[in-house]
Write a protein that binds this ligand. Structure first.
Ligand SMILES: [Zn+2]
Length: 317
């Protein structure tokens, strides 16, 4: 994997030498602003802020429908990062490749979204599968949980900061950016209030996920107790019998009527748990990415989160 990335870096360097005679792109010169994001939530934030501003080219590196945790940049992705006016990434575990790329492309136009909000350490609370620490890891520093977008509050903080950055980079369209930002944040804020009211009405705020838990920040916002098979970025997908029994115990002990899985989960483990407990299965959107179909229809982060609220209202009795 490291080797592949070094080869890509060399290729990107070669590409950059070929392009060195061209002047550096700026919004003022050609009136086009290219913004490259690694994953869907960031792409969505930019789409909302720059709505109806035609001079903005909004690019998502992760292809719709693809798994974000195993994403690796292609040579053309690196070239796109290099020529971008703004490159946005989360800055967590899944973005370990970014540092190497920025060494060749330069980091002055790059923003790690995790630097814009208060991050939380990855927590093992409610995670049933014990993960073996990678022995090769040099630093013992605790990693932060990278799923910052699962909080509607974080999303608003990030959108406002990105709006400020865009206004500074492209003052001609600043007014549109500000109006769009206010409009989108108002919707996200209203949805946050609805989530809060819903969870406040629940005595038992336990959610059982027969899956990874990418909802650490979401759970923090509404004081939820999430019991999950795996941590947020786990590459594990096979639930052991012991963990399955622990999930069954959590469903029965909390008298829950629903077991949740994330989008793209085939649900076999959840089905087995449902069979043993009489619970039903429901899907929550983690928003790492969206399907090609939803992408083509222009589905938004707001819509995916609103769908989560509806699912929870329908299933969390
Ligand atoms: Zn993740």
């Amino acid at each position: 994997m490291k080797k592949i990335i070094s080869l890509l870096l060399i290729a990107a360097l070669l590409l950059s030498f070929c392009a060195c005679s061209k002047p550096k792109k700026s919004a003022q010169q050609n009136k086009e602003l290219t913004i490259v994001s690694t994953i869907f939530p960031t792409y969505d934030y930019i789409r909302a802020i720059t709505k109806d501003v035609e001079s903005v080219k909004n690019i998502m590196l992760l292809a719709p429908g693809n798994e974000s945790h195993s994403y690796e940049p292609s040579v053309s992705d690196i070239a796109r990062i290099k020529s971008a006016d703004l490159f946005l990434y989360i800055g967590g575990e899944s973005d370990e490749w970014v540092d190497g790329v920025l060494e060749t492309t330069g980091s002055e136009n790059a923003i790690a979204l995790s630097s814009l909000v208060k991050t939380l350490e990855e927590s093992k609370k409610g995670i049933l599968t014990e993960e073996k620490e990678e022995e090769t890891k040099e630093s013992a520093e605790p990693e932060f949980d990278e799923h910052i977008w699962s909080s509607l509050r974080n999303s608003q903080t990030i959108i406002k900061a990105l709006c400020d950055k865009l206004c500074e980079t492209d003052p001609d369209n600043a007014n549109d950016y500000k109006v769009n930002t206010e409009e989108y944040c108002k919707k996200l804020n209203a949805l946050d209030t609805q989530f809060k009211q819903f969870f406040d009405s629940k005595k038992n705020k336990t959610i059982v996920l027969a899956d990874r838990n990418p909802f650490r920040y979401f759970a923090e916002d509404y004081s939820l107790n999430i019991v999950a098979a795996f941590s947020g970025c786990s590459s594990n997908s096979e639930i052991s019998l012991g963990v399955q029994n622990a999930l069954i115990k959590a469903v029965k002990g909390n008298k829950l009527s629903t077991v949740y899985v994330l989008e793209n989960n085939n649900g076999v483990y959840a089905d087995a748990i449902c069979k043993q407990t009489g619970a039903k299965k429901a899907v929550l959107n983690s928003c790492h990415n969206i399907s090609q179909d939803l992408f083509d229809r222009g589905a938004t982060y707001y819509e995916l989160m609103a769908e989560n609220l509806q699912t929870l209202k329908d299933t969390m009795k």
